[in-house]
Ligand binder design. Sequence first.
Ligand code: ZN
Length: 153
Amino acid sequence: MGLDELYREIILEHFRSPRNKGRLDAPDLRGEGVNPLCGDEVALGVALDHDRIVDIRIEGHGCSISQASGSMMTEAVKGKTLAEAETVAHAFKAMMLEDGSPHGEVDLGDLESLEGVKKYPVRIKCAVLAWNTLLGALATKAKGGRESKVVEE
Ligand code: ZN
């Protein structure tokens, strides 16, 4: 199995069996994200203990890349502090939007399977949607808010 094929399998596996799917009853932060170009939507709920993400749930619909990336995102940030989550988000976006590799100190795990999406520039917005939604929620929290919405343009 080639690397591309392996990566495709990882993406499809997350798409079929998304991690942390659903919604929290009383999230501390809520974020919505929309990528109109592809029709992808995600909604995040985050439960915090001080500045640590103790739980995160995601629901949404759209293409396999957007939904798999959301699943991987929840796995990558659950249990982390907000600052650590932000670091992972920036590392992932650097991989997708800039030359990106090497990924420095951050171990992106399954997320590295999404790097191949760079070959299809129109799909990059699909891959970063859940991450921009998370960053939007964090930025809103920094301003004292709880609800945020991000629309990819
Ligand atoms: Zn998409």
